[in-house]
Design a protein around this ligand. Structure first.
Ligand SMILES: Cc1ncc(COP(=O)(O)O)c(C=O)c1O
Length: 397
């Protein structure tokens, strides 16, 4: 059947990333591909207890339709949590979303008309690219260095593209590079957004999972004029299956977000919002996050040490202070998609770099996830990866 889809629907049925994750998930493969938290640390007993108590205490309200803005108790939890990022806020500035993915989608819906420019980091979170693409965005990528997005390029990109609507950034332990934006750049980014009246979408799913160093204030903490939409999620600190995130923005924007959300999904699962609020009230969540960070930093260190030992010396990789990912750059014209196919034969997987760029992807880049693989498997996987890199470098020599 020849369906008459809207322009938002991709023409092709190909789903390269879905295919990669499907292959990578096969039994026997050591997968550094997916962005999955460690399931060993899901707080199953605590969530179960909270769920039972919600049913006993608030059962009817939890099972009834609720408000699109979110459950009051959970909004209060978010207001409290926001303080650790220097985001001073109150209930009028918060909306609960169905994961932060929905917050990205609603931002696209609210600010991007076909042809509008969205500025992204090069590389960036690939599902954000998919969202903005579905609203017809014109993408401009800004390069990053170890301090995050380059502000000289950002300002020039806005000057060159006066129809810029949104700057999308993942400032902490970015997906895919693991890089963190410096305080100075955060301040500059806000100044640039104010000067050119452009919105910043600050996506912070990983900031709480810090291994070393001091917590850096959110971009939002420098925002005096309401140009920053901040969003985060319970996916990485509790569990991604619960699908609960949040937005912090000015009350005028929160009203618009709430209106748009209502037509998207009425509201985020009421029962689950009650459960998350209860879980936070009854558990030492900071201690739980420390446990997650302690496990991930060990896994990351094993990965870094193995890469130092086995990778060719000209291969560069990031060494993040937190989060779940690191980024590898192989010099020369190495096709990492072809390398992926070779690696699958040797039972190891990663995500090739191309999907993390909206256009003009450089060769030789790929992302590794360290949160989801037990330590004893990491060295074996990296060793296999190292022989694939050497093989591909030889082919290109
Ligand atoms: C940068 C970034 N933003 C948003 C998301 C979506 O998270 P959520 O589970 O809250 O929808 C992810 C998930 O991996 C992510 O890496």
């Amino acid at each position: 059947m020849n369906f008459e889809f809207s322009s938002r629907v991709p023409k092709s049925d190909s789903d390269p990333v879905g295919d990669i994750l499907k292959v990578a998930g096969k039994p026997g493969i050591i997968s550094f591909a997916g962005g999955l938290p460690a399931p060993e640390l899901f707080p199953i007993a605590g969530v179960k207890k909270a769920a039972e108590e919600v049913m006993d205490e608030d059962g009817a309200a939890a099972l009834q339709y609720g408000s699109a803005k979110g459950v009051g108790k959970l909004i209060d939890t978010v207001v409290q949590r926001s303080k650790r990022d220097g985001v001073v806020t109150d209930a009028d500035h918060v909306m609960i979303s169905t994961g932060s993915q929905q917050a990205i989608d609603l931002t696209g819906k609210m600010f991007v008309d076909p042809g509008d420019t969205v500025i992204i980091e090069r590389p960036t979170y690939l599902c954000a690219v998919d969202v903005f693409r579905s609203y017809g965005a014109h993408f401009v990528g800004v390069d990053m260095d170890d301090d995050g997005m380059r502000m000289d390029q950002l300002e020039q990109a806005i000057i060159d593209n006066p129809n810029t609507k949104v700057i999308y950034t993942v400032p902490n332990f970015q997906n895919p590079t693991g890089r963190t934006m410096s305080v100075e750049r955060r301040k500059q980014m806000v100044q640039i957004a104010e000067k050119y009246n452009v919105m910043i979408l600050e996506d912070n799913p990983y900031g709480a999972i810090r291994f070393t160093g001091e917590n850096i204030p959110a971009v939002k903490s420098f925002d005096k004029t309401g140009h920053v939409i901040y969003m985060s999620t319970f996916s990485k600190i509790l569990a991604p299956g619960i699908r609960v995130g949040w937005i912090v923005a000015g009350p005028q924007l929160i009203k618009k977000f709430t209106f748009m959300k209502q037509s998207a999904d009425v509201h985020t699962d009421n029962f689950v919002q009650f459960v998350v609020a209860k879980f936070f009230a009854e558990n030492d969540v900071e201690a739980h996050i420390k446990k997650i960070s302690a496990m991930y930093v060990k896994r990351k260190d094993v990965m870094i040490n193995a890469m130092k030992k086995y990778f060719p010396s000209d291969v560069k990789f990031s060494n993040p202070d937190g989060g779940m990912f690191l980024w590898v750059e192989v010099p020369g014209d190495v096709n990492t998609q072809a390398m992926f196919d070779e690696c699958i034969k040797n039972n190891v997987a990663f995500v090739p770099g191309e999907p993390f760029y909206a256009n003009n992807a450089p060769s030789g880049r790929f992302r590794l996830n360290f949160s989801n693989t037990p330590e004893d498997q990491i060295e074996i996987g990296i060793k296999r990866l190292a022989s694939a890199i050497r093989k591909f470098q030889e082919v290109n020599a």
